[in-house]
Design a protein around this ligand. Structure first.
Ligand code: SF4
Length: 441
């Protein structure tokens, strides 16, 4: 459990020397409690205090990091029950299952299909990050061959499913260990022995919480700390109950045995509901058995929404954007830097016959009406931003179109931009093509 400022203060040297950048040890303790300083900054702190602070200040759910394409990606490290309390830290990874029993042609076709699932939304590339290779052939050579194909053709994390100890022994020689997860191993004790020198995460499976904690204890006793939890469920209620219990035990009660990321394997029958539930309620990895591009996209969108920091809306940089190839006679449209607003407005402009200069005002990532009511999109702010933007060197007219929802700022904007004409555009982005066609000459 996180320590309070006073509890941390008792661990500090009490020299009040100021070398940590604040005048007193108490002030430094408060910074540590607020997680805005690192204990190592104090040159006099004892090793014992460092160890206590390291353990106490680490997140209640263990963070596991993986190599993903040329990047790193993590799961776990969560600190809250609800995203509005702070934010969820690491998004649920989606894994698509593929069977090793497919013949080579079918396997390659399926792999290409998985690789093709990439979607761009509000400036972010969305895709499933993992492939789960299920051992159905029970043929070691065949499994290893398929594993090699995945490893060489994709940069995704690979979940090895249903493998025996021999398969695991050879697999860890074939694939970068930082890209691997072991799931549904056939012999837990033997596997722990095989991976004892590595950091490969292992999924611990059980039918209920009690059984799960026994399995976790076995792993911890063998010094295996890279654990992922998974409980079989028969219906959505069980999935919800188990995931919520685990999160509560880890975060509210500080039970270490529950402090690991959760993996959920969706059943064929209710994969839609269980994936939605898992994304919203605490699954760090979800394995999908049946999937198409059409079924994946809503999951990726939901995930993007749930794991966006509620205190930091998705936003783009302010400034002048070209939509099409605008020239000095092209219209100038103004809106806010909320990503969704930008992508909807620019999409609708693309649907019109007009190339446009789109001027994005920094409104702290808020949509138009929200920004206006928070006084971040007033006539004065928009006018000042336009004056400093350099747009007057790109156009030879002095007309600016503002969103219809903030028609109220037009007078103030005209006061700010003396020689300009302020035009009130439509309220809905979908009406922009019609508006430009009828209005812009
Ligand atoms: Fe206290 Fe250490 Fe900061 Fe000095 S450097 S004031 S001893 S916390």
């Amino acid at each position: 459990m996180a320590l309070t400022g006073l509890e941390i203060f008792k661990l500090l040297p009490n020299k009040n020397c100021g070398e940590c950048g604040v005048p007193t040890c108490l002030a430094f303790a408060m910074k540590l409690a607020g997680k805005i300083a690192e204990p190592e900054v104090c040159p006099y702190i004892s090793d014992e205090a460092l160890e206590i602070l390291g353990t106490a200040q680490s997140p209640p759910i263990k963070k596991l990091a993986f190599k993903y394409c040329s990047d790193e990606i993590s799961i776990g490290a969560e600190t809250v029950m609800f995203r509005h309390e702070k934010t969820f830290v690491n998004q649920t990874l989606l894994a698509l299952e593929i069977s090793d029993a497919l013949n080579e042609d079918e396997f390659n076709k399926e792999l290409n299909r998985i690789e093709s699932y990439k979607f761009e939304r509000v400036g972010e590339m969305l895709e499933p990050e993992c492939i789960s290779l299920k051992n159905e052939s029970d043929d070691k050579n065949n499994y290893l061959q398929k594993l090699e194909i995945i490893s060489s053709k994709t940069g995704k994390i690979i979940i090895l499913g249903n493998c025996n100890s021999e398969m695991i022994k050879e697999s860890i020689q074939l694939v970068d260990n930082k890209r691997m997860i072991l799931n549904r191993v056939q012999n837990l004790e033997e596997t722990l022995e095989i991976i004892s020198d590595s950091q490969i995460p292992i999924v611990v499976q059980a039918k209920n919480l009690e059984e799960l904690f026994v399995q976790v204890s076995i792993c911890e006793a063998q010094n295996s700390k890279n654990i992922i939890l998974s409980i079989d469920f028969n219906n959505l209620n069980e999935l919800l109950e188990d995931n919520v219990y685990l999160r509560r035990l880890a975060i509210k009660k500080g039970i270490k045995l529950a402090g690991y990321p959760i993996l959920t394997e969706c059943n064929d029958e209710d994969s839609l509901s269980s994936t939605i539930l898992g994304i919203c309620k605490y699954s760090s990895i979800i394995i999908l058995k049946n999937f198409t591009g059409a079924s994946l996209f809503p999951f990726l969108t939901l995930r993007q929404n749930i794991f966006t920091d509620p205190q930091k809306p998705l936003q783009i940089d302010s400034g002048i954007y070209k939509v099409g190839e605008p020239d000095e006679n092209s219209p100038l449209i103004v809106t806010t830097n909320f990503s969704l607003t930008y992508f909807i407005v620019s999409g609708e402009i693309e649907n019109s016959i007009y190339p446009v200069w789109l001027f994005i005002v920094d409104a702290e990532g808020m949509s138009v009406l929200t920004a206006w009511s928070a006084n971040k999109f007033s006539g004065e702010i928009v006018g000042r931003a336009l004056k400093n933007s350099g747009i007057d060197e790109k156009i030879n007219h002095r007309r600016v179109i503002i969103p219809g929802y903030v028609a109220i700022i037009s007078g103030e904007l005209e006061d700010e931009l003396k020689d300009w004409e302020v035009l009130v555009g439509p309220q809905e982005a979908a009406d922009i093509p019609k508006y430009l066609k009828e209005t812009w000459r």
